[in-house]
Design a binder for this molecule. Structure first.
Ligand SMILES: [Cu+2]
Length: 196
């Protein structure tokens, strides 16, 4: 008789059973050992601490200045708050193939915008992105952004320890003339967002 036709059943069942056995043994130890009990009791606390750390950034009042045909770039504005020190390091949107973080700066008495690698968001101190100041720049727009629609924007934040968090916002498209345009530079044709 071919013995391979009758594999020993305990072998297979032992393979299956051993992880369960190990788990059970571990659980027993965890309950009986003081150290492990302490470890177990800290788990919910860790979960509580991890919760706010994951969702520490809140973005409100997000809007985008609408565009008209021919306009290839516009700004997105919002209010960003964080429970802990963090940095806005990237932004992306399906509405624009190129998205940058911009600041406005006075250069030779002319207000110009330029890309920055990131913006600090100190704990408890809201960062305002608004016309004439910091903004998220949506560029190479394939089509106009019509008022009343919304533009999804994904913001990436990075804390000092390197941990990243992404926040998705739905920015309302407001009329082109919304918000105070920069005092100089830009122009109405580009909604104050000329790019050099
Ligand atoms: Cu810009």
């Amino acid at each position: 008789m071919d013995r391979s036709l009758f594999p020993r059943p305990p072998r297979g069942s032992r393979l299956l059973a051993s992880p369960l056995f190990l788990l059970a043994r571990h659980a027993r130890r965890a309950v009986t050992r003081p150290g492990c009990v302490r470890w177990l009791s800290t788990v919910p606390l860790c979960a509580l601490l991890a919760g706010p750390a994951i969702a520490q950034v809140t973005v409100t009042e997000a809007w985008v200045r609408g565009t008209v045909p021919g306009m290839q770039a516009t700004g997105a504005f919002m209010r960003i708050e964080s429970r802990a020190d963090t940095r806005l390091v990237a932004a992306a949107s399906p509405a624009a193939p190129l998205v940058e973080i911009h600041e406005m700066a006075m250069v030779d008495n002319v207000m110009r915008m330029r890309a920055v690698p990131g913006l600090a968001v100190p704990a408890g101190k809201p960062l305002e992105l608004r016309p004439g100041g910091y903004h998220v720049m949506l560029m190479n727009l394939p089509r106009p952004l019509e008022r009343g629609s919304t533009v999804p924007i994904t913001l990436t934040f990075q804390s000092a320890d390197g941990r990243r968090e992404t926040v998705k916002v739905a920015a309302e498209v407001r009329p082109l003339a919304s918000g105070a345009p920069p005092a100089s530079g830009g122009g109405s044709a580009s909604g104050g967002h000329s790019h050099r």
